[in-house]
Design a protein around this ligand. Structure first.
Ligand code: C2E
Ligand code: MG
Ligand code: MG
Ligand code: MG
Length: 275
C-alpha cells in the first residue's frame, strides 16, 4: 500500500479499502502483538507555564508504529484496544513506561516536575486499578505526587464507583485531571465532591478562541469555574501566541499545544526544554 512519508520519517497509517470489518480485524490482530514486538512507544508533550515559559510537566501520548501499516493514530487503536480488552495490557505498559521515563530523567539530573497519563474508561472501571498504580509507583520509585492521571468527564459520570475510585487514587497520592473538559456532561455538584486537581479545557474551545464568541465565553467560564473551585486549569491545543495571550489575560497560566511543542521523543524534550 502506498503511504505518505511524514514527519520524522514515519509513514502514516491509511486504512485499506477492503471494508471496515476486515480492516478492524486486521488492526486487532496486529495490535495484540504490538507490545511484544516493540512497536509501541511514548511521546511526551510539554505542559508550560504561559508567562514564564517554564516546563510544568509532560503528558505521555502512546504511539503505535506497525512495520506495514505505518503510524496508526491513537483515535483508531485506543477504542479498538478498549473493545478487545487489550487496553488493560496497553494501559499498564504506558503507565509503567511513563513512570520509568520520569525516573530516567531524574537520574540524568533533568527536572520534569510532573507526568500526566491518560486512563481510558475501561481501565478506570477496573477494581484493581488503584493497586496497580500503587505497584507501579513502588516498582519504579516515582513519587506519587509527580503522577497525574487524566480521565474524561464522561468516564467519571458513567462509572458507578467513580467517587470511591478517585478517593482511593487520591489516598495513593496521585493527582487527577479531567481531560477534554467541557465536551462531556458533568454534574458540577458531583465534581465538587471529588479530590480532582486539574481541569483541562478541551482543544475545541481553544481553536477559535479569539474569533468565536461562544468558545471565548466557554473558555472564560471554565477558567472561572476552576478558580472558584480551587482547581488548576490548563488549556489544550494552544497553537498560537494569540491564544496563549488570551488565556493569560483571562487568568489561565497553563497551556499545552503545538505552539509550545508537539509530542516528542524523550531526548527531544531534553534538548528543547531542559538546557
Ligand atoms: P488527549 O489526551 O486529549 O491528548 C491530546 C491530543 O491532542 C493528542 O493527540 C495531542 O497530540 C493533540 N494535540 C496536542 N496539542 C495540539 C495542538 O496544538 N493542536 C492539535 N490539533 N492537536 C494537539 P493524540 O496523541 O493523537 O491522542 C489522541 C487521544 O488519544 C488523546 O487525547 C487520548 O484521549 C488518547 N490517548 C493517547 N495516548 C493514550 C494513552 O496512553 N492511553 C489512553 N487511554 N489514551 C490515550
Ligand atoms: Mg489527555
Ligand atoms: Mg485532552
Ligand atoms: Mg482533547
Amino acid at each position: 500500500q502506498a503511504k505518505a512519508r511524514g514527519r520524522n520519517g514515519y509513514r502514516f497509517y491509511q486504512p485499506s479499502m477492503t471494508g471496515e470489518g476486515v480492516e478492524r480485524l486486521r488492526l486487532e490482530t496486529y495490535l495484540r502483538r504490538a507490545i511484544e514486538k516493540q512497536e509501541v512507544f511514548l511521546n511526551f508533550q510539554p505542559q508550560v507555564e504561559i508567562d514564564t515559559g517554564k516546563l510544568l510537566g509532560v503528558e505521555a501520548l502512546v504511539r503505535w508504529n506497525h512495520p506495514e501499516l505505518g503510524l496508526v493514530p491513537p483515535v483508531r487503536f485506543i477504542p479498538l484496544a478498549e473493545d478487545t480488552g487489550f487496553i488493560d495490557q496497553l494501559g499498564q505498559w504506558v503507565l509503567y513506561e511513563a513512570c520509568r521515563q520520569m525516573v530516567r530523567w531524574d537520574e540524568a539530573g533533568l527536572n520534569v516536575p510532573k507526568m500526566a497519563v491518560n486512563l481510558s474508561a475501561r481501565q478506570f472501571e477496573r477494581g484493581s486499578m488503584v493497586t496497580r498504580v500503587a505497584d507501579i509507583l513502588r516498582e519504579t520509585g516515582l513519587a506519587p505526587n509527580r503522577l497525574q492521571l487524566e480521565v474524561t468527564e464522561s468516564v467519571i459520570m458513567n462509572t458507578g464507583d467513580a467517587l470511591a475510585f478517585i478517593n482511593d487514587l487520591h489516598a495513593v497520592g496521585v493527582s487527577l485531571a479531567i481531560d477534554d473538559f467541557g465536551t462531556g456532561y458533568s454534574s458540577l455538584a458531583y465534581l465538587k465532591q471529588m479530590p480532582v486537581q486539574t481541569l483541562k479545557i478541551d482543544r475545541s474551545f481553544i481553536k477559535d478562541i479569539s474569533t468565536d464568541a461562544n468558545d471565548e465565553a466557554i473558555a472564560i467560564a471554565i477558567i472561572q469555574l476552576g478558580r472558584s473551585m480551587n482547581l488548576s486549569v490548563i488549556a489544550e491545543g494552544v497553537e498560537t501566541e494569540q491564544q496563549a495571550a488570551f488565556l493569560l489575560r483571562h487568568g489561565c497560566n497553563q497551556a499545552q499545544g503545538f505552539y509550545y511543542s508537539r509530542p516528542v521523543m524523550p531526548d527531544d524534550l531534553l534538548q528543547r526544554w531542559l538546557p
